[in-house]
Design a protein around this ligand. Structure first.
Ligand SMILES: [Zn+2]
Length: 341
């Protein structure tokens, strides 16, 4: 997800310290498998999957900050007394790995942080500069918000800005003290954990949302955990590989599962959303290709491609369509044309 995607959300950390139950709604998917669905609080967190195995627990993804990971750890302790032995980072984006630090030393047996080689490299090469970038760019954002707060006259607007300022200030403080914690165990294509009747397959199926996305697949439970390769919102494509993404979605969709725990949004059933995203990418790339072939400028392409896709994908993606379509057209146009601008 884009950084600091707090938008106009009005729910708040600023009003007080959230209790652990406030950050995630724990939904039991099947015996020993839970979806921790992130509540829509600023600064956003990803969902997690919590998989209780014979001798320990696996958690998939660690949210945007160590305090969020600690909040989930407190919730996990209410469902099992087993230690978290494995954490998976599905990809290198801030809202999926910045909580890693919370797991280090939390249980005496230790916690292995698992990712693809590509994701570990991406955290080192791109994740760390992005954290540093935020540490220098959040303070001026806060100044702008405070100036806006000083001008605001409506009570609801003042409250919203207070909440946003509170949440971003707390996030900045966490970033400044955060030790970026890299994955400790990496693999190229697949890593399988066998535990009694249950096996856990951590699979790199190809490039997609990033170069290193993995899915976590539980064949006996028919559950897949997808990170942001597929989720309940609109695809975020800035670090994506759209042509590969279609094939990777098809490879994931070919696995035998009924339940999808995605990086954002609610638990999903079935495979329809995989087909929707693949169709969307095909249509987006085709329309962007036609715009590029006509000699459209990027601005013209944004307008025309959005107009062509809106009748089909506006209803499918809801309000997120208009929030995300410009960024997606920018990406598709540049990929199709092989251009920077
Ligand atoms: Zn995300």
């Amino acid at each position: 997800m884009r950084r600091l995607g707090v938008g106009a959300l009005t729910i708040l950390l600023g009003a007080g310290v959230a209790s652990s139950e406030d950050l995630f709604e724990m939904k039991k998917v099947t015996e020993g498998v839970w979806a921790a669905i992130a509540r829509p609080l600023p600064v956003i967190n990803c969902n997690a999957a919590v998989i209780v195995l014979e001798d320990g627990v696996m958690v998939v993804d660690t949210h945007s900050k160590p305090s969020a990971a600690r909040a989930l750890m407190a919730q996990i302790r209410t469902i099992t007394d087993k230690p978290v032995k494995w954490v998976v980072n599905t990809h290198f984006h801030w809202d999926h790995y910045q909580g890693n630090q919370a797991y280090v030393g939390a249980w005496p047996a230790g916690t292995e942080i698992i990712a693809s080689h590509a994701t570990r490299e991406a955290i080192e090469s791109r994740g760390i500069p992005r954290v540093k970038h935020e540490i220098v760019t959040v303070p001026p954002q806060l100044e702008r918000l405070r100036a806006e707060r000083a001008r605001a006259t409506a009570e609801a607007e003042r409250q919203r800005l207070d909440d946003e300022i509170g949440a971003r200030s707390a996030y900045l403080a966490e970033l400044r003290s955060m030790q970026v914690t890299l994955p400790s165990l990496t693999f190229e294509k697949s890593l399988v954990l066998y535990r009694g009747a249950r096996s856990v397959h951590v699979l790199w199926l190809g490039k997609g949302h990033t170069d290193g996305d993995v899915v976590v697949y539980l064949p006996q439970d028919k559950v897949i955990v997808t990170g942001d390769l597929l989720h309940g919102w609109m695809p975020y494509m800035a670090d994506g590989y759209p042509y590969d993404w279609i094939r990777t979605l098809e490879a994931a969709s070919a696995l035998d599962f009924d339940t999808v725990i995605a990086g954002h949004g609610d638990v999903m059933r079935g495979k329809e959303r995989f087909a929707l995203w693949a169709r969307y990418f095909r249509d987006l790339l085709r329309e962007a290709g036609e715009a590029y072939a006509r000699g459209d400028t990027l601005a013209e392409a944004r307008q025309k491609v959005a107009a062509a896709l809106r009748p089909t994908y506006g209803p499918a993606f809801g309000s997120r369509f208009d929030e995300s379509i410009d960024g997606n057209v920018n990406k598709a146009f540049r990929v199709v044309g092989g251009v920077m601008e």
